[in-house]
Write a protein that binds this ligand. Sequence first.
Ligand code: NAP
Length: 295
Amino acid sequence: MAYQLLNGKEISAQIKSEIAEEVRQIIRNGGKQPHLAAILIGNDGASETYVAHKIKACEQAGFKSSLFRFKENISEQKLLDKIKEINADDNIDGLIVQLPLPEHISEEKVIETVDPKKDVDGFHPVNAGRMTLGLPTYIPATPKGILELLKRNNIEISGKHCVIIGRSNIVGKPLSILLSQKNETGNATVTLCHSRTKNLKEISLQADILIAAIGKKEFLTADMVKKDAIVIDVGIHRVKSDKTKSGWKLKGDVKFGEVAGKCSYITPVPGGVGPMTIVSLLQNTLAASKKEIYG
Ligand code: NAP
């Protein structure tokens, strides 16, 4: 059987237009335009690109956005003060602080300073705790986007064996919790693998749904994938290319060329998980604006 692409680009565009329509309605009825604030520190190329995509998506959905840029050497205190100022600004619904941060700034302190009500990345311990307990919360954007991608392709998760490679706080770990919840986007049997996992291939070969969030270019090869598995590639790697106008092309954590032929469904890179992540951030920001989670 030929594989089918899980087309995140197409589905995210559809969701974005649904959000834009809802925002038009809200504004027509005299409601508030959703407003996302982003903090970007330094000049890291990948972070610049991600933030630019998020800001552009806000425009496309009819949101207001505010970008606060700081130099690499901003003090931790100054950053925390800015976050508190945004927390207190009633016009701003959601706040994201683009990671990674410079080494002299504590990621933990930054995440804990963001008001949980505005934490549309879902990284604050309060929101992570609520997610773990299955309470309404902001679900981190990448796991949320993956669940939506599976749902909109009518892929049944219940009873499946999901193997996740990578246990980061932003992707693998929350996804492992979400897929094992007792609800309609869960009910899977989940195995969470990491760099200390022994016999990784033996485990990955058991996966009905295999999620690669490792951060190593083309790590997942065909010999690690069961026939007809569903493969989700979270990885993003920029590699030099003389075939593209930008001089770069994107690769994932999956060796697509050899893996795709074994799958029933697979996400491409680019155009798979990446755009779903961005549209999930919009959904969280809209929920914040409508005060759906915390009232
Ligand atoms: P991360 O924080 O770097 O974590 C990588 C995980 O992979 C860790 O848990 C690590 O294990 C595990 N790992 C590393 N080498 C391994 C190996 N040889 N065998 C098994 N496990 C191994 O990664 P992340 O932030 O989740 O990001 C993963 C990738 O996704 C990156 O390429 C990133 O750019 C991309 N990403 C994409 C999106 C998107 O929107 N598409 C969003 C976020 C991230 P240990 O815990 O033992 O170290």
